[in-house]
Design a protein. Structure first.
Length: 184
């Protein structure tokens, strides 16, 4: 995934539909996971995200930085989820109490940080060379070196070398992220 530059933002503010599609493709999945932490019903979360993108489109002329766009999307999804929860609570009050923790700002912050970390890690993994990325992802799925070597028809030493390179690259690329998280 790419970071949007000022050219993208200018196109977006001017109503370019391709830039809107790029924004949608970049943030839909992370917003879905974020919203799903508040509401379990997939269709409701998807509707909330769709409405959030409509709102960002309607207010597109006021965004000059990607961070502002991202913050607006997260807050809109959060607020819509909380509104949906309140609506459900009123409608179905006899079914039980809503967990008060999800209305807390710390819960919101924790989930934003978690989803942003997931997004950054996924973007960084995508930057690995294809062979290293494939081997690394297979190892994350729990496959042993010998299984990976057999599946890909390569030597075990190649698997080990590619995993080491991938780990070194990821560690170097993500070191600032982990430093920031340490202080949070």
């Amino acid at each position: 995934m790419k970071t949007f530059d000022q050219t993208f933002l200018k196109l977006f503010r001017n109503g370019n539909q391709n830039s809107f599609k790029d924004l949608y493709n970049k943030y839909f999945d992370v917003l879905y996971l974020f919203g799903h932490k508040y509401i379990l019903a997939q269709d409701i979360v998807e509707d909330i995200i769709q409405e959030s993108f409509i709102k960002v489109w309607e207010k597109r002329t006021s965004f000059y930085h990607e961070a502002a766009l991202r913050a607006f999307l997260y807050k809109t999804v959060r607020n819509s989820c909380l509104n949906q929860i309140e609506h459900q609570k009123v409608r179905k009050s006899y079914e039980g109490q809503v967990d008060k923790n999800i209305c807390d700002d710390n819960y919101f912050l924790h989930n934003v940080i978690e989803e942003e970390v997931n997004r950054v890690v996924a973007e960084t993994v995508q930057k690995l060379p294809e062979s290293a990325r494939l081997i690394y992802l297979l190892s994350l799925k729990g496959l042993k070196n010998a299984e990976i070597a057999e599946d890909l028809d390569i030597s075990i030493n190649t698997v080990k070398t590619q995993k080491q390179r991938a780990s070194k690259f990821l560690k170097e690329s993500l070191k600032d992220l982990f430093t920031i998280l340490y202080f949070i």
